[in-house]
Design a protein around this ligand. Structure first.
Ligand code: C2E
Ligand code: MG
Ligand code: MG
Ligand code: MG
Length: 278
């Protein structure tokens, strides 16, 4: 036993670690009531066609306003996934996204789709497609109005189930992108075999792409790979005009980032889009 104990990895003690764990547990508890308390909101970030800057989609990004501050989705989405709360929260997101699309129609922006991030728990559960169909009916959405973003890990966890769900979504007129591509276990087999429409190139590869030969190589390869497989490409996290110029010169289809519009409440985004005439 003594020997076994000595084999245990020694974690360096970090006073902040215990505090962070306690904070997480508290947040996880408070997350339970957040939906009923109306503490969630969606912000929307434009995705633009690189060739002419036209807005082709809005990505819905979840925000939690809790006790006077905004909690980052990077913190609470994993907590919501671990507790299963992401399922009811995800339903709320889909309904809001559908409602948002209905408002786009009023502004003659009916051709702009809403991209919703979907977690593994949601995709692999058995209610996603029926919820999608329900909100499509309720808000009289056209096919193509909703778009779903999945991460690599989602798809790799249970490829057969993921594939079946993705086919159902496609059947319902929902297009699908693979988010943050290149940051996880980027499997070529699933790119080939799964019903995908777009590959989103992770921000870490887009950053400084005009000046960084390594990132440029990766982006060129990803664009060629996607196009070769019949997928569109969306660059994430575009912050500098030089990055956008590079993406245009290298045939990337769509882009998103602070340079092209920050995530904001729908009314603000609509005003910005309308006043820019795109
Ligand atoms: P994501 O889907 O990859 O979303 C892109 C993230 O990059 C967003 O962070 C966005 O605000 C940020 N971003 C956009 N442009 C730029 C830029 O130019 N520079 C920089 N530095 N960042 C940029 P956010 O809103 O904090 O969301 C983080 C992640 O949380 C999302 O990553 C997504 O994985 C997850 N998430 C957000 N909303 C939802 C949701 O409704 N459901 C689920 N399951 N996950 C969500
Ligand atoms: Mg996303
Ligand atoms: Mg992303
Ligand atoms: Mg990301």
């Amino acid at each position: 036993l003594q020997a076994r104990r000595e084999q245990l990895p020694l974690l360096p003690y970090d006073g902040g670690m215990a505090e962070q764990a306690t904070e997480r547990i508290a947040l996880a508890r408070q997350l339970r009531s957040a939906l009923d308390q109306g503490e969630f909101e969606l912000h929307y970030q434009p995705i633009r066609r690189v060739a002419d800057g036209r807005v082709v989609a809005l990505e819905a990004l979840l925000r939690w306003r809790h006790e006077g501050r905004m909690v980052s989705p990077a913190v609470f989405v994993p907590l919501a996934e671990a507790s299963g709360l992401i399922v009811p929260i995800g339903c709320w997101v889909l309904e809001q996204a559908a409602r948002c699309h209905a408002r786009l129609g009023e502004r003659a922006l009916g051709g702009v789709s809403i991209a919703v991030n979907v977690s593994a728990v949601q995709l692999l559960g058995d209610t996603l497609t029926s919820v999608v169909r329900q909100v499509q009916r309720e808000y009289a959405l056209s096919p193509g109005a909703l778009h779903v973003e999945l991460t690599e890990s989602v798809v790799l966890r249970q490829p057969q189930t993921a594939r079946a769900r993705m086919l159902e979504l496609r059947e319902a007129g929902v297009s699908i992108s693979i988010d943050d591509f290149g940051t996880g276990f980027s499997s070529m087999a699933y790119l080939r075999d799964l019903p995908l429409d777009y590959l989103k190139i992770d921000r870490s590869f887009v950053q400084g792409v005009h000046a960084d030969e390594r990132n440029a190589s990766i982006c060129r390869a990803l664009i060629a790979l996607a196009h070769g497989l019949g997928l569109g490409t969306i660059a994430e996290g575009v912050e500098q005009p030089e990055e956008l110029d590079w993406l245009r010169a290298n045939g990337c289809d769509q882009a998103q980032g602070y340079l092209l519009g920050r995530p904001a409440p729908l009314a603000e985004v609509l005003d910005a889009i309308s006043s820019a005439g795109a």
